[in-house]
Design a protein around this ligand. Structure first.
Ligand code: CU
Length: 339
C-alpha cells in the first residue's frame, strides 16, 4: 500500500525532529482521534497562527476547533509538562487546560485510534491512558478538572523490550526507532504512524467521561526533573449500561507521579537498562489494553459528529456554531488546511 500524504508528512516531521536534539523545541500534540472511521479533531496549540482569511496573526491561546472533543490548553507550542508540575493542575490535561462542550459518542469495546501529530523517535518512553467520569448535568463541559478521579486503563506494557542482536540498528540509523537494541512503546507508536489504539472499557455506566492519554518522554530523564509529560484529554460519551459492572479507581492526577520515581528519573541510554518500571497508579484489573501486535496505522477518515450532554443522561448532536474571531470572521474552515 502506498504511504499516504499524512504518513509521509509524519515521517518528515520525525526525521526533522531527530535533527534537532534540544529540549526547547517541543514536540507534539493530539492531531485527532478516530472511532469507527469517524474523525474528531484534536487541539493544536502552536503559535503564531495566521488566519488565511485575513492574513493576520492570532495571539495565543489559539481557539479550539469548533465542535472539538479535545481539551484546549494554553501552551504556546507542542511542549510538555515538567516533573516540577506533577502536583500542579497543569499535569491533569496540559497547561491551563479547559474542557470543550462536545463529546465523541462511543460504545463499550470500540477502538479509539489516537493520532499524534508526529513524534521524535528519540523521545522514548511509556504511553499511558486514564479515564474519569464527569458527573455533571452537562457531562464534561465546564468540569472542574481538579475534581476528576482517574482510572488507569492502559500503560503500553512492557514499555521496554530488549532486542536480540541489536536487530533494530537499521531502524535507528534511519530514524525509525529510538535506541539500538531496545524497543520502547514509543517505537511501536511511531511505526503505527504516530498513533495508538485504546479500547473503550466494557462495563462502565453510561455517561460522560474524559480520556487522558499521555506520553512520558524520557530522553532527558537521566537528570532528575528532566522527564517530559505530554498529556492530552478528550471527552467521550459512552453508551454503557445504566449501572456499571466495573469498579472505577479514584486517583487524582496530581498524585500520579513523583520526580524521583524510577520510571521518571531514569537513564534510558544506559546499556544495562533491561527493564522499565511504569510510573503512576496500578492499571485496572479489568482493563483490556490493545497489544503491540495490534497497533496499526489508521487511514480511513470521515468527519464525526460529536454530541453535547443534556441533563447528564441524554445527549443531542452537536451543531455547528459560528465562533467569532477578533476580526469578526468565522473560523469554521480554518483548520481543514492540513491533513
Ligand atoms: Cu521534545
Amino acid at each position: 500500500m502506498p504511504p499516504s500524504t499524512s504518513s509521509l508528512l509524519s515521517i518528515l516531521l520525525t526525521l526533522s525532529s531527530t535533527l534537532i536534539p534540544d529540549p526547547v523545541f517541543a514536540h507534539s500534540h493530539l492531531s485527532h482521534i478516530v472511532v469507527n472511521g469517524a474523525l474528531y479533531h484534536g487541539y493544536d496549540p502552536r503559535s503564531p497562527v495566521k488566519n488565511p482569511d485575513s492574513n493576520k496573526t492570532y495571539n495565543n491561546p489559539r481557539p479550539n476547533h469548533p465542535g472539538s472533543v479535545a481539551w484546549s490548553y494554553a501552551a504556546f507550542d507542542d511542549g510538555f509538562v515538567a516533573p516540577e508540575n506533577y502536583s500542579h493542575p497543569d499535569i491533569i490535561c496540559h497547561i491551563g487546560a479547559t474542557s470543550p462542550k462536545a463529546h465523541a459518542p462511543v460504545r463499550p469495546g470500540d477502538l479509539i485510534h489516537i493520532q499524534w501529530n508526529g513524534w521524535p523517535v528519540g523521545h522514548v518512553g511509556p504511553i499511558l491512558t486514564y479515564i474519569a467520569p464527569c458527573k455533571s448535568q452537562s457531562g464534561c463541559a465546564g468540569v472542574d478538572k481538579t475534581t476528576l478521579r482517574w482510572t488507569k486503563i492502559d500503560e503500553s506494557r512492557p514499555v521496554l523490550e530488549i532486542l536480540p542482536n541489536n536487530e533494530n540498528r537499521w531502524d535507528v540509523e534511519h530514524g525509525r526507532a529510538g535506541i539500538v537494541g531496545k524497543r520502547w512503546a514509543t517505537d511501536v507508536m511511531v511505526a503505527a504512524n504516530n498513533s495508538w489504539q485504546v479500547e473503550v472499557p466494557r462495563g462502565l455506566a453510561r455517561g460522560a467521561y474524559v480520556m487522558r492519554h499521555e506520553i512520558i518522554a524520557l530522553h532527558f530523564a537521566a537528570k532528575r526533573g528532566g522527564a517530559q509529560n505530554y498529556p492530552v484529554c478528550f471527552n467521550l460519551w459512552i453508551e454503557g449500561e445504566k449501572e456499571g459492572s466495573v469498579t472505577l479507581d479514584g486517583y487524582d492526577a496530581r498524585e500520579f507521579y513523583r520526580d524521583d520515581h524510577i520510571g521518571v528519573w531514569v537513564n534510558v541510554t544506559a546499556p544495562a537498562l533491561a527493564s522499565y518500571i511504569i510510573p503512576g497508579p496500578t492499571i485496572a484489573s479489568w482493563a483490556m489494553p490493545v497489544p503491540y501486535a495490534q497497533q496499526t496505522s489508521m487511514l480511513l477518515r470521515s468527519e464525526g459528529t460529536p454530541v453535547v450532554v443534556t441533563r447528564s443522561t441524554e445527549t443531542v448532536l452537536w451543531t455547528a456554531e459560528v465562533t467569532p474571531t477578533p476580526t469578526g470572521q468565522a473560523v469554521r474552515h480554518r483548520y481543514h488546511l492540513r491533513g
